[in-house]
Ligand binder design. Structure first.
Ligand SMILES: Cc1cc2nc3c(=O)[nH]c(=O)nc-3n(C[C@H](O)[C@H](O)[C@H](O)COP(=O)(O)O)c2cc1C
Length: 369
């Protein structure tokens, strides 16, 4: 049966989406200096919600030293619950569901953002980017505390009224850093072999699922986002990711979410270049868990292109630029979709300078002055 974007979708834990489109997680850097949700931020989410099946929020830190940048969201203390409750209810209009993305930046931050503290990671290896600091390797006790922090974050997300959490294991942040042979050079229980590099992800996923099951809350979902390849040598290869996906697909997760810049991108790995990366991932999953695809989706053809190899479609920049993108597509008004972000529209759409900065890095042709 052909999948359609207008289909409803039910996850394993019972949550139902009104269609197959989700807003991709996008950091807008609008929180206060102390990471509390601003009113502008909840208004921004309200403006971009209501049409899609679900909104996945920006990455939200589970520990104070997991903060990745100024203006980010956080959930490492009960003091964040009132702001996050406002955020969840801003998203939940017209039946749209609210999913909170939770993460720890690991080595992808710096001591200025952390107010003088060093970043932490699996090992004391700096990222390959300009000005990257050498992180402090986490002790075993700190690793166990971190797993507890992901569990506490999940319990707070339930209290704040979210419909689910997405574990951010993509885009080079801490969960990925443990799996990567570049950032994980440990030789204890948490590194050394692929199996041991997976242990942190394994224990976080199991811990979070257990917290949800024990909470007694109905329909609260747990998803996992991953990046399929790293360019560093050593780094995560498609071979590694296929093993990771195989392991995750056997867990009681509600979905897996591949992070890609372009949904139909093909690997440079000669063992995996006969079809798109997403097609290989879907093949490995083999129906065990739903897959969310993403990456430069702009048109109906793109939506159908993702649905050929996934169950759900996440859309980032197209929705940021035109919050009415989904209804225009559903109602056959594709020609009226805004494709570029004009300077004088930024305030009206509440697109922050932080988001514009990201857009400038990733896709400057979508910004017009
Ligand atoms: C402004 C901006 C902020 C982003 N922040 C996050 C984030 O917090 N977490 C995440 O997993 N991905 C983040 N991404 C990546 C998007 O989720 C998405 O994977 C990427 O933009 C490709 O989809 P698109 O072409 O539909 O925008 C961000 C992207 C943009 C443009």
């Amino acid at each position: 049966m052909t999948k359609k974007m207008t289909d409803t979708f039910r996850f394993r834990r019972g949550l139902e989406l009104k269609n197959r489109i989700l807003m991709a997680p996008m950091t807008v850097k609008m929180s206060y200096y102390d990471e509390v949700v601003t009113h502008d931020e909840s208004d921004y989410y309200a403006l971009h919600s209501g049409e899609v099946g679900a909104v996945i929020t920006a990455a939200t830190s589970v520990q104070a030293n997991g903060k990745g940048w100024e203006g980010s969201l956080a959930i490492y203390d009960d003091k964040f619950i009132p702001g996050l409750t406002r955020l969840a209810s801003a998203i939940k209009k017209n039946g749209t569901k609210a999913i909170l993305q939770i993460f720890h930046a690991g080595r992808m931050t710096n001591s200025t953002v952390l107010r003088g503290q060093s970043p932490v990671s699996a090992s004391a290896v700096a990222a390959e980017r300009p000005d990257a600091e050498i992180p402090k390797a986490l002790s075993e006790t700190e690793i166990l505390e971190l797993i507890e922090s992901f569990k506490s974050a999940t319990k707070r997300a339930i209290k704040a009224g979210f419909d689910g959490v997405e574990l951010h294991g993509a885009n080079t942040y801490l969960l990925q850093q443990f799996f990567s042979p570049h950032s994980n050079r440990r030789d204890d229980a948490w590194g050394g072999t692929l199996e041991k590099r997976f242990k942190f992800i394994n224990d976080v996923v199991d811990g979070v699922i257990e917290s949800v099951d024990q909470s007694g809350v109905k329909d609260f979902i747990v998803g996992y986002r991953f990046s399929p390849e790293e360019y560093e040598k050593p780094g995560i290869s498609m071979e590694d990711s296929i093993i990771l996906i195989d392991k995750l697909a056997d867990k009681k997760l509600d979905y897996l979410h591949i992070s890609l810049g372009k949904y139909n991108s093909v690997s440079r790995n000669t063992n995996f270049n006969e079809k798109s990366r997403m097609a290989y991932v879907q093949e490995k999953i083999n129906g065990r868990v739903p897959l969310i695809g993403v990456g430069d989706v702009r048109t109906r053809e793109d939506v159908n292109g993702v649905l050929a190899n996934a169950d759900l479609v996440a859309v980032g920049r197209s929705l940021l630029i035109d919050p009415k993108w989904t209804s225009k597509l559903l109602n056959g008004q594709e020609e009226t979709i805004k494709r570029t972000l004009a300077k004088n529209d930024r305030e009206k759409l509440m697109v922050s300078d932080g988001a514009v900065e990201f857009l400038r890095d990733m896709m400057p042709e979508r910004l017009v002055d």
